[in-house]
Ligand binder design. Structure first.
Ligand SMILES: [Zn+2]
Length: 99
């Protein structure tokens, strides 16, 4: 019950949801198999796609991120393209795999 109230309070004491993770990605490190969850934020992690960049058809936003797990120093690179509704259009990963 205590936990319930804690969560309840958390929801209502943060008026801006701009910084709340709105999309979670799960990936796995190729080297040590660590599973890493990445919290993406609409405001800071996404960039507009420009026609000049020759983006995949239908994409409106893209995301490029370097991820470092806790267990080893293998850097994982992800590139994802999303449409206007933030549905994944295409995704690429180096150094790891999507779960
Ligand atoms: Zn690793």
């Amino acid at each position: 019950m205590a936990n319930f109230f804690k969560n309840f309070k958390k929801i209502f004491s943060t008026p801006t949801s701009a910084n709340e993770p709105f999309l979670k990605l799960k990936i796995k490190c190729k080297r040590c198999s660590e599973e890493i969850t990445i919290n993406l934020r609409k405001t800071s992690d996404f960039s507009r796609v420009y026609e000049d960049d020759n983006p995949p058809a239908g994409s409106a936003f893209f995301l490029r991120k370097e991820i470092l797990g806790n267990k080893c120093n293998n850097l994982i690179y992800i590139t994802e393209y999303f449409d206007e509704n933030f549905n994944i259009v295409s995704q690429e990963i180096e150094g790891g795999e999507f779960l």
